[in-house]
Design a protein around this ligand. Structure first.
Ligand SMILES: NC(=O)c1ccc[n+]([C@@H]2O[C@H](COP(=O)([O-])OP(=O)(O)OC[C@H]3O[C@@H](n4cnc5c(N)ncnc54)[C@H](OP(=O)(O)O)[C@@H]3O)[C@@H](O)[C@H]2O)c1
Length: 283
C-alpha cells in the first residue's frame, strides 16, 4: 500500500488500486449530481461511488463525460441492490448499470446489501460471473459482517477486493475492519463524515480543536483520520462545490498519533446511522 503525502494515496487490494478518497453520490440526482461529479473530477478526485439503487447512474455517467478526465484514470464503483443478487438478476442489474452509466465496464461492482432470502454462495457466484464476463474489473461486497464476509470469501472464485461499510469516529468498527484487512481487502468507509452537520461527529470539541491546530476544517480532519489508517478508503459526499474541493484537500497535513487516538476515542454505542430493515446482525 502506498501513502503519498501531497497527492491522493491509493489502497491496493488483490490487484485493484483504489484512490483512498472517493466521491460519494447518494442522494445526488439530476443536474446537481452531474455537476457534482464533474466538479469532483475537476478538483482531482479519481474515484466515484454510485449504485443502481441511487437512481443516478445516468447523471454520474454524464458527469464523467463532462469532465476532461480520461475514463481509464477514473475508478468507478457501482452496486447491485439486494433484491437483484440472485443468479441472472445480478448480471442483468450490472448490465443495466453499465448502460445507464454509458461505460463498457465499471472498476468495482459491489453487492450493496446481503439478502437473507438469497444464499451468499449464489450471489457471489453470480458476482464472479459478472467479473468474468468483463462487466467489472473488480468485485466486492458492502454491508457484510465478519460472518457474511467469511462466507463470501469461501464462495468466491475471483478475488473480492473491498467491503464497503459505515465507518466514522462515532462508530467503532474494529472487528469488521480487522477481518476485511486480514483477507487483504480494502475497507471503503461510507458516511465518513458521519453525515456532516446532521450527524454530530463534526460538532465534537476534539475534532474542532485538532482542526484549529492544523488550520484545517473538521471535515478535513475526519478524512485525514480515515486516510491515516491502513487499508481504509473514504467516500465523502457533498452537493456543495466548495466542500467537494475542501474534502479533497487533505493530503498536505498529518495527524499525530495522539490526535488519531483522540478521534478514535469518540466512538460510542448506538452510533450507527444506516440501519435499514433487513440489515444483517452487525458484529
Ligand atoms: N454501501 C452503502 O450501503 C452506503 C450507505 C450510505 C452511503 N454510501 C455511500 O457513501 C457516501 C457517503 O456517505 P453519506 O453521504 O451518507 O455521508 P457523509 O459523506 O458522511 O456525509 C454527507 C453529508 O455531509 C455534508 N458535508 C460534506 N462535506 C462537508 C464539509 N466539508 N463540511 C460540512 N459538511 C459536509 C454533506 O452536505 P452537502 O451535500 O450539503 O454539502 C452531507 O450532508 C454516499 O454518498 C454513498 O455514495 C453507501
Amino acid at each position: 500500500m502506498s501513502r503519498a503525502v501531497s497527492t491522493c494515496p491509493v489502497v491496493s487490494a488483490h490487484g485493484a488500486h483504489i484512490p483512498a478518497i472517493g466521491f460519494g453520490t447518494w442522494p445526488l440526482k439530476d443536474e446537481v449530481c452531474e455537476i457534482a461529479v464533474k466538479t469532483a473530477l475537476d478538483v482531482g478526485y479519481r474515484h466515484i461511488d454510485t449504485a443502481a439503487m441511487y437512481g443516478n447512474e445516468a447523471e454520474v455517467g454524464r458527469g464523467l463525460r463532462a469532465s476532461n478526465v480520461p475514463r481509464d484514470q477514473i475508478f468507478l464503483t457501482t452496486k447491485v441492490w439486494r433484491d437483484h443478487i440472485a443468479e441472472g438478476d445480478l448480471q442483468r442489474s450490472a448490465e443495466k448499470s453499465l448502460k445507464a452509466l454509458g461505460v463498457p465496464h465499471v472498476d468495482l461492482l459491489l453487492i450493496h446489501w446481503p439478502n437473507e432470502a438469497i444464499s451468499v454462495a449464489e450471489s457471489i457466484k453470480a458476482l464472479c460471473d459478472a467479473k468474468r464476463r468483463g462487466l467489472a474489473k473488480h468485485i466486492g461486497v458492502s454491508n457484510h459482517t465478519t460472518a457474511l464476509l467469511a462466507e463470501a470469501l469461501g464462495a468466491a472464485t475471483e478475488p473480492l477486493v473491498c467491503n464497503q461499510v459505515e465507518y466514522h469516529p462515532h462508530l467503532k468498527q474494529d472487528k469488521i475492519i480487522a477481518a476485511t484487512r486480514a483477507a487483504g481487502l480494502a475497507v471503503a468507509a461510507y458516511c465518513p463524515l458521519g453525515r456532516g452537520d446532521t450527524g454530530g461527529v463534526l460538532a465534537e470539541r476534539a475534532v474542532a480543536d485538532i482542526a484549529k491546530a492544523h488550520g484545517k476544517t473538521g471535515a478535513q480532519v475526519l478524512l485525514r483520520w480515515h486516510l491515516q489508517q491502513p487499508g481504509i478508503v473514504a467516500i465523502p459526499k457533498s452537493a456543495t462545490p466548495a466542500r467537494i474541493a475542501e474534502n479533497f484537500q487533505v493530503f498536505d497535513f498529518e495527524l499525530t498519533v495522539a490526535e488519531m487516538a483522540a478521534i478514535s476515542a469518540l466512538s460510542k454505542p448506538g452510533s450507527r446511522i444506516v440501519q435499514p430493515a433487513g440489515a444483517p446482525k452487525w458484529d
